[in-house]
Design a protein around this ligand. Structure first.
Ligand code: PHE
Length: 505
């Protein structure tokens, strides 16, 4: 097609309208698609071999029915011609047999035009000859793409015999680099071209600054990070501030002692702790709080009898991979208590914790905890329950239930359950409680300040949300990177609550 355009230009000097471009020799049957022509023109215009302007036209074109009428006549004319001249006429039943549905449509018009009349069951001609105006009108449209009378066009359009169509074509002339053959264009200047000076004669392809580049490879957020962002939004909406949770290695003091977890080995192993061997011992711990914590463990205080066993500094100094983010909460509550005047506080964190558990389809040795604490004067268990309702409702989890449980640091403590519609059973989705005075008072909080806390795993809602059954597909060295690239944005919406997580009613 490019060479055809060049040859036509060479012969006629210009192509005023590509709609009338003669067919490619040997392909006379193939219709010329203006889009194909445009492609060729763009390529030639890039090399400045041609120049073109776009022509926009509105044309009237016939519908299939309009085309039929233009070719063979209107229905009324067909009716007229079906009725023989003279007095014998035509039985109406015969007309229908001859013309089919056109008989009915055409008759009315033929009567109206006074071309025929009814005589008993027969039709008779009233005139000798007729002029088929509809056919003439449509033929005019075929010839000119238009009609001299606007009301005729309007009427024909209403009868769905023709319609307006937009036509784009091009007017082409020779460009400064016009020639009959396309020259090869260089895209790069090479050392060789510089040496043999052929660059002087070469034609270079122009830069196309409008071309869109392939999307650059980029990072993708892991599903856990997407769900984390959703939780983060819930917390921020509810007025929480985020705790700095970047200390994966913590000393036992903040992970256990400050949380009133007894030093007896069994208790600390309840959480399957990973101890660090090198370095084995932590940096400094604030002495005042250390003393108060030691006392509440060994002797009691604040209304508690304590554990009545010896408290060893060496246990508190041991470094661990934190087993829960409640270690962070403890540290933050200590910092909160350092303020001259107590201010109510709402904190959250969503970060990694580590437990020396046997790994299976639903457990890994590390996972993420979503943790929240609220410290306020005279906060109650009712506040905790009410808050849990609101918090989980924002995740799309409604009708939660609570079951008493035991944590060394909270009393009362409650496991949180939601009904899993798929499993048809109540599943545990979190743990919560009111922090004990043995925890809040040694940290320095006033007597009437109560702290509500809760925690849940980030993995469980993520696996439910993304339909992953095996945690090893989500985390660890067997993760399919393609899954991470493809997985969609996370929305913790009502749908998840209703359809996937729990039954609403
Ligand atoms: N730390 C608890 C856990 O690991 C969660 C929790 C946080 C419970 C705060 C009560 C209060 O399951």
């Amino acid at each position: 097609i490019k060479s055809h355009i060049l040859h036509v230009l060479d012969k006629f000097g210009s192509i005023p309208d590509t709609k009338n471009l003669p067919p490619v020799p040997g392909h006379e049957e193939a219709p010329m698609d203006q889009l194909v022509i445009l492609g060729a023109l763009n390529s030639l215009a890039d090399k400045e071999m041609v120049q073109y302007t776009t022509l926009e036209k509105e044309l009237w074109v016939l519908s299939k029915e309009g085309q039929d009428i233009a070719n063979t006549g209107s229905h009324e004319a067909k009716v007229f011609y079906a009725v023989p001249a003279g007095t014998e006429g035509l039985e109406m039943a015969e007309l229908t047999a001859k013309l089919g549905p056109a008989a009915k449509i055409g008759q009315g018009k033929a009567f109206k035009n006074k071309w025929i009349k009814k005589d008993g069951s027969k039709l008779l001609r009233l005139v000798e000859s007729i002029e088929d105006q509809a056919q003439d009108d449509l033929q005019e449209i075929v010839r000119t793409g238009n009609h001299s009378k606007a009301d005729v066009l309007k009427d024909l359009k209403r009868r769905k015999l023709c319609d307006r169509q937009r036509l784009t074509s091009y007017s082409v002339s020779k460009g400064p680099n016009f020639s009959l053959t396309e020259r090869h264009q260089e895209t790069d200047i090479t050392a060789e071209m510089l040496q043999n000076k052929s660059w002087k004669e070469s034609s270079f392809k122009k830069y196309n600054f409008a071309a869109s580049a392939p999307p650059p490879p980029s990072g993708h957020l892991h599903p856990l990070m997407k769900v984390r962002e959703e939780f983060r939004q819930i917390f921020l909406e509810m007025g929480f501030s985020e705790m700095p949770a970047n200390r994966f290695v913590e000393n036992s003091f903040w992970n256990f002692d400050a949380l009133f977890v007894p030093q007896a080995h069994s208790a600390r192993d309840l959480q399957d702790t990973f101890y660090i061997s090198d370095p084995a011992v932590s940096g400094p711990i604030p002495e005042a709080v250390l003393g108060r914590v030691a006392k509440v463990h060994s002797e009691g205080g604040y209304g508690s009898v304590g554990y009545g066993t010896e408290w060893k500094r060496s246990e508190a100094d041991k470094l661990v991979l934190r087993t829960h983010t409640t270690a962070v909460s403890a540290h933050m509550l200590y910092l909160l208590a350092q303020q001259p005047e107590f201010q109510p506080a709402k904190y959250f964190s969503i970060d990694r914790v580590f437990r020396n558990e046997s790994v299976d389809a639903t457990h890994l040795a590390e996972f993420h905890q979503v943790e929240g604490v609220i410290a306020d004067r005279n906060a109650t268990l009712g506040n905790l329950i009410g808050f849990m309702d609101a918090f989980f409702a924002k995740m799309g989890v409604h009708n939660i239930r609570f079951k008493p449980t035991y944590n060394p640091y909270t009393e009362p403590s409650m496991e949180i359950f939601s009904y899993h519609a798929g499993l048809k059973e109540w599943v545990e989705i979190g743990n919560s409680g009111m922090f004990r005075p043995e925890l809040t008072r040694p940290l320095g909080l006033p007597e009437d300040v109560r702290v509500l806390g809760w925690g849940l795993s980030l993995e469980r809602p993520t696996m439910i949300k993304y339909g992953i059954d095996n945690i090893r597909e989500l985390l660890g060295h067997k993760v399919d990177l393609g899954m991470i690239q493809r997985n969609p944005l996370c929305r913790l919406d009502k749908k998840m609550g209703k359809e996937r997580y729990m039954e609403d009613e």
